[in-house]
Design a protein around this ligand. Sequence first.
Ligand SMILES: [Zn+2]
Length: 466
Amino acid sequence: MKTLLIKNARNIITMNDSRDKHPGGSIYIEGQEIKAIGKDIPYKNADEVIDASGKIVYPGLINTHHHLYQTFTRNIPRAQNVELFDWLITLYDIWRHIRPQDVYLSAMTGLGELLKSGCTTIADHFYVFPDGVSGEMIDEEVRAAEEIGVRFFPTRGSMSLGRSRGGLPPDQVVQKEDIILKDTMRVIEKYHDASKFSKVRVGVAPCSPFSVSADLLKESAALARSYGVRMHTHLAETKDEADFCRETLGMRPLELMEETGWVGEDVWYAHGIWFNEREIATLGSCGCGVAHCPSSNMKLGSGTMPIIDMLRSGVKVGLGVDGSASNDASNLLLELKVMNLLHNHHHGTTALSAEDCLYMATKGSAKVLGWEDAIGSMEVGKAGDMFMIDASRLEFAGALFDDTSLPVLTGTPQVDMTIVGGKVVYKEGHLLNVDERGLAIQAQQAAYRMMETASKHTKANYLRAR
Ligand SMILES: [Zn+2]
């Protein structure tokens, strides 16, 4: 097995339970696994040796909620300054023109940006399967993740409640429930690897209370549990969602989850803003996790997650980028600074420290994904997933008084090296497994194509309707 020695780091921030740090420390990795970490380790050589003098090493960040396909619908003028439902209605009409090649290229683009921001594990939620287009588009994301070298947690999303049945999405982007369940089984059987250092774990993820039926929720839960895979969905994101549930189902969003089997240790929700006190207590006692997506919540004016009450009740909280259309970036490091500032502003300056935020994006996220035995902190027996920053960079001069908080408070958008499972995948400004410049050109061309097709389609529909 290939070995890697990272030696003489300025500091190693482990984020283990006692939040140990190792100034002047080294890390020895065999295959994917950390075999030794600390100041005096018994390894002096390896197949590859990295001199980390002047560098600070952190555990790889873990993104618990994303929609990589949305990378091609960022910064669209008509989707700005609107709340979630109007934002979705605008974008569904563009997303319905997505093709498998777009899914691959948008995933490569989003994953590349995440690696450059120190993120090593990504959970993605793919739920748009337009009518008449290959149902195997999620496969394109898995292919991209393997090529670029991340640890990937794709969740097979779904929408079954089209506009004609009272849902929000147009009928052209929803699928029949039997087709959804059959393809979800196919994706799990083809890709899910439950082993400790797996590079692909699959989850089951109906989109939201306003785009799937209660029947699909129930059947998806039964299917996920029959395979022992985790379950994910959007929940309590906006007041509009709570109103929708009350008006169409006569219940609160979390009641819908309780009725359909969607609470438990194996469930995590995205957002979790509009929970009341009783519901937060329920989430804590059931062991549910929540992916916090601060930039998206602020962009869409959705509200602020009651994170302090949630943590106090024992709810597992991880960090997510969401989007990218509701973030406009796929940068988890930037998300840390946003999170820190948001909660200082909303809950007061003593509510969450920068270190607490870093914990949420590493160990916290690992717990949300049920993967804390392997990722989320740097310890012997865990995966060699990490990022490094060079403390000699100009933007850190005058700021070297607390190595743990440094990347959070300074808000640096990029790291200097990212390692996944003992393999360097990004260094000195370049992704190692992809031609970045070529990818950027191809990706923007694909985004233009999708947008032009959508515009032509909208114009034709408008002329027909006149
Ligand atoms: Zn989302």
